[in-house]
Design a protein around this ligand. Structure first.
Ligand code: HEC
Length: 210
């Protein structure tokens, strides 16, 4: 239960802060909304750390802007709201919105836990990989089928450690990673065509197997 407070309290404060203009139940954004923001909206809004919240009326005026960049939000007012909340969180905290995503013990992601951290249509993935100490690592992806993808590894302070276009062979992609700064890291993937990651694992050392 403990870990949920970190997610609930900031979300609740933000929702309350503009509940005068937006009428809805007060709850934290869905994981998918966080993934949409951190893949689609992040292209322009990542690391936007102005330290203050947008005005309440910015929500109404930005609705068409949000829909232009994410058409699927057009008939989903709750999604537009959640994306607005997530942007405000980033501006104020200078951090990614916390995700209710427990870290798997061996840093192996698969099944439902993994698919929850993707957008349903585009299969953009945004996955918190947890804390790292400096060293050599490898991120291994097992894909549903061979595909060409863009992969990012970003630190919690928005430093891009990996930014690469890669093609799988035998449905596998291996991404060597050198971590210099300790801290939390996030994996992001944009596929050329929608494709599922069946399994993601992080292993220590650049050369060792899975
Ligand atoms: C191609 C770049 C780009 C993309 C993609 C983009 N935006 Fe924006 N957005 C801007 C720019 C530029 C502004 C105006 C300057 C500012 O406030 O940052 C803006 C303004 C906003 C504002 C108004 C902020 C305020 O304080 O008035 C909101 C809210 C917003 N965007 C949300 C989103 C969301 C949610 C998404 C994803 C669905 C998104 N944007 C995608 C470029 C982008």
């Amino acid at each position: 239960m403990k870990q949920h407070f970190g997610v609930w309290i900031p979300g609740l404060i933000l929702l309350l802060s503009f509940s005068a203009t937006v009428h809805s139940e007060e709850r934290t954004p869905f994981t998918e909304s966080v993934v949409i923001f951190n893949t689609v909206c992040a292209k322009c809004h990542e690391a936007e750390c102005s330290g203050r919240l947008s005005f309440d009326d910015a929500y109404e005026t930005s609705r068409s802007h949000i829909i232009r960049h994410y058409g699927e939000a057009s008939d989903k007012k709750w999604l537009q709201q959640e994306l607005f909340v997530i942007l405000n969180y980033m501006k104020e905290r200078c951090a990614y919105y916390p995700m209710d995503a427990p870290l798997p013990a061996r840093r192996v992601w698969s099944g439902e836990i993994l698919q929850r951290m993707s957008t349903l249509l585009e299969r953009n993935y945004f996955i918190p990989l947890g804390p790292f100490v400096p060293g050599q690592y490898r991120i291994n992806l097992e894909m549903e089928r061979d595909a060409r993808v863009t992969v990012h590894l970003v630190s919690e302070r928005f430093d891009m450690v990996v930014e690469d276009c890669m093609e799988s062979s035998d449905k596998a992609i291996h991404i060597p990673v050198t971590i210099m700064e300790p801290g939390g890291y996030y994996f992001r993937m944009y596929p050329r065509e929608p494709v599922r990651i069946e399994r993601l694992s992080v292993v220590e050392g650049g050369m060792t197997g899975d």
